[in-house]
Design a protein around this ligand. Structure first.
Ligand code: ADP
Length: 295
């Protein structure tokens, strides 16, 4: 599978320029779309899932065009929106059966087999008779991914996948997606949570104010922050100054004052050493240096 996005722009009726001349190539595997609120992630997702047309530019899925071949592309898509809701009275099994019917699976026998198999895969078989809207947050999320996957989609789009999940459920959900991504599919995760991407995605894009700020492997973004992450030992008054001047990632009180992790090109006048960057450091460095908030 291949998704080729060329010169894509979206301007809303009120003049908001949500996506600006975006060029991006997405191949098989797990792809992370990262950016702060307002970066344009949801707008791009809505265009990708054919719920909204771009103002200009094109998207090709293999050789199909997202506007001209909308119907065909739709049949390849599985989508888990951020605010996914369940119909109140349906059991988990009934809900998934309903989703399968909507996805065009007409034969009852075929549907029953597909629903049972999917419930097994997402670990909800035991909960199949429980009311869907009474499941735990993590289970609801897994049922959400199950409905997105029921028709064996080639492109799976998940918006803010781990919002509201506890750490254990978060890991379980990520692992579930990783398992699927070994097939001939593209999984796009849109998120503002750096951890969702660092642990799973082979490639990523960073959006900022509608523009592509970075695309490539997460490790290459991390490498750009090499030499820019500092562990600084500071007194109480230095800590106040540093907090004003630099983006502080973390701070730990010590007997003498504070140990602070920050990102910056240099830390003139303070005592500190470089430490190895991770994706969170790199993300903050990248965003802050784009905005040029420090000197
Ligand atoms: P993200 O998902 O990264 O938070 P969005 O795509 O939701 O970003 O928003 C990008 C920009 O487009 C923001 O400035 C937002 O206010 C604007 N926007 C989003 N949806 C609409 C809409 N329906 N009408 C007008 N402006 C919108």
């Amino acid at each position: 599978m291949n998704i080729k996005i060329e010169n894509l722009s979206k301007i809303y009726g009120n003049g908001n320029h949500a996506v600006k001349n975006l060029n991006l190539n997405i191949e098989n595997g797990m792809f992370g779309l990262l950016g702060p609120n307002g970066a344009g992630k949801s707008s791009l997702m809505r265009i990708l899932v054919t719920l909204m047309k771009p103002s200009s530019g094109s998207i090709k899925v293999n050789e199909l065009d997202i506007i001209k071949d909308r119907k065909e592309i739709r049949s390849m898509l599985g989508y888990l929106p951020q605010d996914f809701r369940f119909f109140s009275s349906l059991s988990t099994w009934e809900f998934l059966d309903y989703a399968a019917r909507l996805a065009g699976m007409k034969s009852g026998k075929e549907r029953r087999a597909a629903v049972d198999k999917m419930l097994e895969e997402v670990g909800l078989f035991e909960a199949r008779d429980r009311q869907a809207n009474k499941l735990s947050g993590g289970m609801k999320r897994r049922l959400g991914i199950a409905q997105a996957l029921i028709n064996n989609p080639k492109i799976i789009i998940v918006d803010e996948p781990t919002t509201g999940l506890d750490p254990e459920e978060r890991i379980r959900f990520r692992n579930l997606l990783s398992t699927i991504s070994t097939q001939d599919v593209i999984i796009i995760l849109s998120t503002h949570i750096v951890g969702d991407i660092s642990s799973t995605c082979t490639n990523m894009a960073l959006l900022n104010r509608g523009e592509l700020a970075y695309s490539g492997p997460p490790d290459d973004l991390v490498a750009q922050a090499e030499g820019k992450v500092w562990l600084v030992k500071a007194t109480e008054s230095e800590y106040m100054e540093i907090n004003e001047k630099y983006p502080v990632i973390s701070n730990v009180p010590t007997e003498e004052g504070w140990e602070i992790q920050l990102v910056a090109d240099s830390i003139n006048g303070y005592y500190g050493e470089n430490i190895s960057p991770n994706l969170e450091h790199a993300y903050v460095y990248f965003m802050e240096s784009k905005l040029q908030q420090w000197t």
